[in-house]
Design a protein around this ligand. Structure first.
Ligand code: NAP
Length: 170
């Protein structure tokens, strides 16, 4: 069975990582879709698709699995009714969708797919918005992402980028 797990991963954090480890127990192969791939350099979406690929593939190197995992960037199309077809045209065939996003689960359900809800634990802190806020405010954020992701964010100049695009030097 091949699963499909979609998120924006701005950035990829420990909550996503724990969910991914759980999903890998259930599937033979996994496709990770990087949503809103066209977005970058904004407060909501600071990282490029390529940088998000780097974060996820490095984090995956630390998971002990020999299962095949595909990481595929997916640009948004502004027509929800056609989105499932768009996704299907861009990724290998899959049997089950993992998401907690009501729109995503609705669209794939209408498309006839089995959908499994994912639970993110410790949601108060394992949350993209919270991590981006902490980076901007120079508060502790490093422990909320896998270490390799922390290094990647620093390596690509992510901290200064967020400050620059927010117009803040605080
Ligand atoms: P999202 O809108 O980025 O995330 C929605 C919320 O769900 C965020 O708070 C996110 O937290 C949280 N979340 C992410 N993964 C989760 C998980 N496994 N379990 C529980 N909560 C989770 O949407 P998304 O679901 O991460 O990604 C969906 C992608 O599909 C987006 O890029 C969206 O644009 C795309 N999409 C496109 C179309 C279209 O083009 N027409 C239609 C539908 C969806 P974090 O911020 O912590 O990740």
């Amino acid at each position: 069975m091949r699963g499909f797990f979609i998120g924006r991963f701005q950035p990829y954090h420990t909550g996503h990582h724990e969910v991914l480890e759980e999903i890998l127990k259930e599937v033979d192969e996994l496709i990770i879709g990087i949503g809103s791939a066209q977005e970058s350099h904004s407060i909501e979406n600071p990282f490029t698709a390529g940088e998000r690929i780097l974060m996820i593939s490095r984090a995956l190197d630390e998971i002990n699995t020999d299962k095949k995992i595909y990481i595929i960037p997916l640009e948004d199309i502004y027509r929800n009714s056609l989105w499932v077809s768009h996704v299907r045209s861009m990724v290998p065939p899959f049997d089950v969708v993992y998401s907690n996003n009501p729109l995503v689960t609705r669209l794939f359900g209408e498309g006839g797919f089995a959908v499994r809800r994912t639970e993110l634990r410790n949601r108060r802190v394992y949350q993209g918005t919270e991590i981006r806020r902490r980076i901007l405010e120079e508060k502790d954020w490093e422990e909320l992402v896998p270490e390799v992701v922390m290094k990647t964010i620093i390596e690509v100049g992510g901290i200064q980028r967020l400050k620059d695009i927010s117009g803040s030097d605080v």
